[in-house]
Design a binder for this molecule. Structure first.
Ligand SMILES: C[S@@+](CC[C@H](N)C(=O)[O-])C[C@H]1O[C@@H](n2cnc3c(N)ncnc32)[C@H](O)[C@@H]1O
Length: 262
C-alpha cells in the first residue's frame, strides 16, 4: 500500500515547514542526545554504525547526520521514492551510506552478525500494532551493541487515554494546522484513523524494560503526543534471560481495548 508520505508528499512538507509536529525542537533534542552519546563514548562511539528506520526524506536531520563521526549510515524506508530524496538531502559525506527499501520490523527480526551502535527512528514505529512494537523492541535489542542507543521519536498516548480520545485530541490540532487545504486536512485525519497506533507511555516503558532496555524520556512536546524516548540496552545477562517478554506472554500485558490485533 502506498504510504501517506508518498501520496501526500506536499502535505507532509507543509506540516514540516510550519513546524506543526515540532520537528525543529525534535531536531535540536536529537542533536543533543547523539552528540552527548559520542562525547561520552569510547572507541566504538568514534566510528559508530547508525541505522535510521523510517528515515523519510531526511529534510530536517541530514545536516545533523552529516556532522557525526559515523562509520556508516543506513536509511531504511518502506517507500522507495523517499529514499531517493533522502540520498539527495544527505549529499556528499565522509562515510558510506546505504539506502534500503524495507520494513523496519523485518529489519529488527533479521539475524545478522555484527551489532549496530545507534538506531534512530522518527514517526514510524507508531504504525506498528502493539504486538509488533514488542517484537520490534525485542529484535532491535538483539541487533544493538551493549553500549548502543536507540533514539525513538514518535507520537505517544497518555497512559490512561483511549486511542479514540487521543485521536480526537490530535484531530482537533490538525484542524488548526496552518497552510493545509481542507482536503489535505481530511487526508491527514483519514491516515491517522487508519494507520496511527501510538504506544501508551507507561505501557511502552514496561515493554522496553521486559525486552532488555532502559527507557527514559529525553524530550516531551507541548501537546502530550510528540516525544523522544531514549532506550539504552540493559546488560546482556538480563536482556537474554527470563526477563524477556515472549510474544506468547502478551496476554498478560495491559493492552488497550481497541488494539487492532487483539
Ligand atoms: C511521518 S514519516 C517520518 C519521516 C522522517 N523520519 C521524519 O521524521 O520526518 C514516516 C516514514 O516512515 C516510513 N514507514 C512507515 N512505516 C514503516 C515501516 N514499517 N518500515 C519502514 N518504514 C516505514 C514511511 O514510509 C515514512 O517515510
Amino acid at each position: 500500500m502506498m504510504s501517506l508520505f508518498e501520496q501526500q508528499w506536499q502535505t507532509y512538507r507543509t506540516v514540516l515547514e510550519h513546524d506543526s509536529m515540532e520537528h525543529r525542537a525534535i531536531a535540536d533534542a536529537t542533536a543533543s542526545v547523539l552528540r552527548s552519546w559520542f562525547e561520552q563514548g569510547g572507541e566504538q562511539a568514534r566510528s559508530a554504525v547508525l541505522v535510521d528506520l523510517g528515515c523519510g526524506d531526511l529534510a530536517h536531520l541530514a545536516p545533523l547526520f552529516r556532522s557525526l563521526p559515523l562509520r556508516s549510515y543506513t536509511g531504511l524506508d518502506l517507500a522507495a521514492s523517499v529514499l531517493l530524496l533522502a540520498e539527495r538531502q544527505m549529499g556528499q559525506v565522509r562515510f558510506p551510506c546505504h539506502w534500503i527499501r524495507g520494513d523496519l520490523l523485518d529489519w529488527a527480526k533479521e539475524q545478522v552478525d555484527g551489532p549496530v551502535d545507534l538506531i534512530h527512528s522518527a514517526f514510524a514505529i507508531h504504525h506498528l500494532s502493539d504486538s509488533d512494537k514488542v517484537r520490534f523492541l525485542e529484535g532491535a535489542r538483539r541487533r544493538i551493541a551493549d553500549d548502543g542507543l536507540l533514539v525513538w521519536t514518535d507520537v505517544f498516548q497518555e497512559e490512561h487515554e483511549s486511542r479514540a480520545r487521543y485521536l480526537e485530541r490530535y484531530v482537533s490540532r490538525v484542524q488548526h494546522w496552518p497552510g493545509l487545504s481542507s482536503r489535505q486536512r481530511d487526508a491527514v485525519v483519514e491516515h491517522m484513523y487508519q494507520c496511527d497506533w501510538p504506544a501508551r507511555r507507561g505501557w511502552i516503558e514496561s515493554v522496553a524494560s521486559d525486552s532488555g532496555w532502559m527507557l527514559t524520556w529525553s524530550w516531551l512536546g507541548q501537546h502530550q503526543a510528540e516525544a523522544l524516548a531514549l532506550l539504552r540496552p540493559l546488560p546482556s545477562a538480563t536482556s537474554n534471560g527470563l526477563n524477556h517478554v515472549s510474544i506468547n506472554e502478551l496476554g498478560r500485558l495491559p493492552l488497550r481495548k481497541d488494539d487492532l490485533t487483539f
